[in-house]
Design a protein around this ligand. Structure first.
Ligand SMILES: [Zn+2]
Ligand SMILES: [Zn+2]
Length: 333
């Protein structure tokens, strides 16, 4: 049974047979696998000197185990890979095209945020970021949403993804840029004198001089002790010396005049409306009269032509001046 199955195998693979076929040449003596150092010296040059259990002279070039490697471009460019994967990546020429640190796939001392973008490291928030996120553990391409802090105010804090923060202007402080309210740019801090005129009710709930940007482009309602109430655009007053004055009061005579104008206007509108209603009523009456007349004519039937003649003579008479009509009438009589 075993000899039958071994006859079906190709000679080169007939290594399990316990009874070699006498008709075939004896198989070559098993070759001792050559070492990595001997067989692949260019690859052996990046073999990690300390992290592997065997050195490059004693590890087989046919090994399928993941091994440690080291790249010359950085002291911490270290990674694990198999010999076959490295050969497939083209690593046999003495270079390391598969080093994950050179490929910016793994953070290292040569590509970290601290090295590539020291300004981000300087603005790194000391307490609000998770401990695993530091300028040394993240790559510039990271999407981590990181807290930053600005030296111009204790609450100048904001969050932005690292990959955006590294772009030009990506680290601009929103508080310094008047886009986010802070203790340094609110109305209370910038203009306490104007903040003291803050209207207690007209500015809306939740809004107060501490939550409003002094130079953010908004407007606020103010109130003074003389019960004047007025709205100001902050941009017009915040950098002007002195308090914004309330709008001038209108003299009483002008107020009365204005009221009279309003009344007159109302009366005119009422008169016009009355005239419009009267005209509409007259038109309706005339329409009804014509309808009745038409119905009467229809009911008369045979006298239809007579009716037409009467209407025609009425029309002619209406066009003849009254004096002519009366004279003609006298003549006929
Ligand atoms: Zn490298
Ligand atoms: Zn700032």
């Amino acid at each position: 049974m075993s000899s039958g199955s071994s006859e079906n195998l190709p000679p080169a693979l007939d290594i399990t047979s316990s009874s070699p076929n006498a008709n075939l040449p004896p198989p070559p003596a098993p070759k001792a696998p050559s070492s990595l150092k001997k067989a692949l010296p260019s690859l052996a040059s990046s073999y990690h000197p300390t992290l592997n259990t065997r050195n490059s002279s004693s590890v087989s070039s046919a090994s399928q185990l993941p091994l440690w490697w080291k790249c010359r471009r950085g002291p911490d460019h270290e990674w694990r890979s198999t010999i076959s994967a490295r050969l497939a990546a083209g690593a046999s020429s003495g270079t390391n095209p598969d080093c994950p640190c050179c490929l910016n796939l793994k953070v290292s001392q040569t590509n970290s945020l601290r090295v590539r973008h020291p300004n981000l490291a300087a603005a790194w928030h000391p307490t609000r970021n998770p401990p695993k996120w530091t300028p040394d553990t993240l790559l510039p391409s990271s999407r981590a949403l990181v807290w930053f802090i600005c030296p111009h105010g204790p609450d100048h804090e904001w969050r932005v993804p690292v990959s955006k923060a590294v772009l030009p202007g990506g680290l601009d402080c929103p508080c310094c840029g008047e886009r986010k309210v802070s203790v340094t740019n609110n109305l209370h801090s910038v203009r306490p004198d104007i903040a003291a005129l803050w209207h207690p009710t007209l500015n809306g709930a939740g809004k107060n001089p501490e939550t409003v940007l002094a130079r953010g482009g908004g407007s606020v309602w103010l109130k003074n002790v003389d019960v004047d109430e007025w709205e100001v655009a902050l941009i017009d007053v915040v950098d002007v010396e002195g308090l914004p004055p309330p709008p001038p009061r209108v003299p009483l005579g002008e107020v009365v005049e204005a009221l009279e104008d309003v009344l007159e206007d109302l009366e005119n509108r009422e008169a016009a409306e009355r005239r419009r209603r009267e005209a509409a009523e007259a038109a309706r009456t005339e329409q009804q009269r014509r309808q009745i007349e038409a119905e009467e004519e229809a009911a008369l039937g045979p006298q239809k032509n007579g009716g037409w003649k009467r209407r025609f003579s009425d029309k002619v008479l209406s066009l003849v001046p009254k004096w002519g009509r009366s004279r003609g009438g006298e003549g006929a009589q």
